[in-house]
Design a protein around this ligand. Structure first.
Ligand code: GLN
Length: 341
């Protein structure tokens, strides 16, 4: 995103007639206002089906926005750590595409929205594969593809690539990992269904461990925003310049995030917010504005679909204030024609 000099304008919202770049102080002001507007919303409940997640403070609420040129704007509890949970899924899918190629990866998982809950125990009847990599069945198929022997090596490789995307060393929360391992019978049921269908190999326990460990990696809002900005910055970290992701494959990951990232709320999300994004049951959501910025939000109170209530409200607000919707007239995105003309 281009940021104009401070003196250029004093508007704090985008004009529909005149698309003026935002100045940094306006960006910060809008983020502060978004935080204040929703900080007292107390709808939704903290997830407890993984007992350790129930310890989250329902009051926590953080926002971070990171631009592809390395500017960072924050509000509230942006540095509070929480486990990445399902937000690991797009990154794991990216890794599977990088390791195995698109054709092989798609033999194990589809790219079709399921319209079902994230933990639904089912396959796409037409293709015999999990619907997509954003639901647990697809994520377990992906975990099976990126696991290594010994299993700790695959987990380390994941944490390593995620750390490069965040720009700092990340780590697994061992108590959340133990908590999910102890209670994850539904995911075990999904994994054995996948084995039975020939989608994953015999290393079922290793695939489950890879997946549980990925979900248990700790991040904060800034990490999520930087990881998202790295995706949006054609795979290069905005500050370190490290090439973290193969840019030729990011479009596939973002397409799946766009259509499937918020589970059975995905259609409404695409309509209202219009950004590739991913939510997790810890209460985080991250969104990518291609070639412009990344957003990370956190608030552990969830709605019935398992998405963060204040997270959705904040993303809607930011998308509408900044004109971030993929099809908003003011979003220049990565338009090829604009570049050639
Ligand atoms: N680890 C969680 C699970 O598999 C992730 C789910 C989520 O964030 N939606 O149940």
């Amino acid at each position: 995103m281009e940021i104009a000099p401070e003196s250029e304008t004093s508007k704090d919202t985008i004009s529909r007639n005149e698309v003026t770049p935002f100045v940094a102080s306006q960006l910060q002001k809008i983020i502060d206002r978004t935080y204040s507007k929703f900080k007292d919303v107390d709808e939704g409940t903290v997830a407890t089906y993984i007992p350790e997640l129930g310890k989250a403070n329902p009051k926590d609420f953080g926002i971070c926005l990171a631009t592809v040129d390395g500017q960072v704007f924050t509000a509230g509890d942006w540095d509070r750590e929480f486990t990445i949970q399902s937000m690991c899924k797009p990154f794991a899918f990216q890794m599977a595409l990088e390791r195995h190629g698109t054709e092989e990866a798609l033999r194990h998982v589809g790219v079709e929205p399921s319209g079902e809950a994230f933990n639904s125990i089912e396959l796409d009847q037409k293709s015999g594969r999990p619907f997509n990599p954003m639901v647990n069945a697809g994520a377990l198929a992906v975990a099976s593809l990126i696991k290594q022997s010994p299993v700790e090596a695959g987990i380390e490789a994941f944490v390593e690539q995620m750390s490069r995307a965040a720009g700092r060393q990340l780590r697994i929360d061992e108590s959340v990992l133990a908590s999910e391992t102890a209670t994850g019978n539904r995911n075990r049921a999904i994994a054995y269904m996948l084995l039975n269908a020939g989608i994953i190999d015999e290393g079922v326990l290793q695939s489950l461990h890879q997946y549980f460990a990925q979900c248990s990696m700790l991040v904060n809002c800034k990490d999520l925003a930087m990881m998202a900005a790295t995706m949006g910055n054609i795979g290069n970290h905005p500050l370190t310049g490290d090439t973290v992701f193969d840019f030729q494959l990011i479009k596939y990951v973002m397409a799946v995030m766009f259509s499937c990232g918020l589970y059975d709320y995905a259609g409404n999300w695409a309509f209202e917010v219009g950004l590739p994004a991913k939510s997790g049951v810890s209460g985080g959501i991250f969104a990518v504005v291609n070639r412009q910025l990344g957003i990370g939000v956190y608030s552990p109170r969830l709605d019935a679909q398992g998405n963060s209530v204040r997270g959705i409200l904040a993303c809607k607000e930011l998308a509408s204030r900044f004109g971030l919707h993929a099809f908003d007239f003011s979003n220049v995105g990565s338009s090829f024609m604009q570049w050639v003309l």
